[in-house]
Design a protein around this ligand. Sequence first.
Ligand SMILES: Cc1cc2nc3c(=O)[nH]c(=O)nc-3n(C[C@H](O)[C@H](O)[C@H](O)COP(=O)(O)O)c2cc1C
Length: 207
Amino acid sequence: MIKILGISGSPRMESTAYAVQEALRAAEATGGVETQFISLKGKTIQPCIHCNKCVREGKLTCTLWADDATEQLPLVHEADGIIFGSPVYGMGITPQLCAFMSRFRGTYGVLKDNPHYFARQVGGAIAVGGTRNGGQECVNNIIYGFFSTHGITPANGSLCVYSGACVWSRDQGAQGAQEDETGMANCRRIGEKVAKLAKALKDNKEI
Ligand SMILES: Cc1cc2nc3c(=O)[nH]c(=O)nc-3n(C[C@H](O)[C@H](O)[C@H](O)COP(=O)(O)O)c2cc1C
């Protein structure tokens, strides 16, 4: 059994939450997969201030702030697969997801000794915009950039889903996402790929 964590970086429980959960359903359908969904809605998440306290103390997770991210950060480290979803805000990710992702500075402590420490963990990206071409690929590139900087293995969707799933909500919330058939199919493709790669890598001793 592997564990896949889905995180919606939206401050609402609407289109991004729906899209991430669609990907998690597809991951579960591959068998042998347990999923968990986290929404950043209503969460207080301080951004990293580069104090390097976590690095000095040799801790994987942030030791400065005690806030709503504190108990969720370890869940990311423990998961075999992670799927980050973000609404498109100004052709970028939301400030909530940006703050959350900034809190992984502590991984430096293990990566400096073993750059492949997180290589068996697989990451997938989902971007949801109100406009058809509103910056979804920019968002997915930021999320894949996060995975790359931590040595997490990125899962693409292969043919026609090159840079993660791009969803067009038409600014209609969860229903808008649900009605984007292509976007939903691509979310499922990402969910399946993350699950299959995570299963293949879980007990791999080569990396
Ligand atoms: C501050 C802000 C900036 C936005 N910028 C963009 C944008 O650059 N491109 C786009 O396609 N949609 C943009 N949107 C629309 C949202 O991405 C869209 O409604 C999305 O589905 C919201 O996700 P949610 O329902 O999960 O909250 C923006 C919305 C807000 C509130």
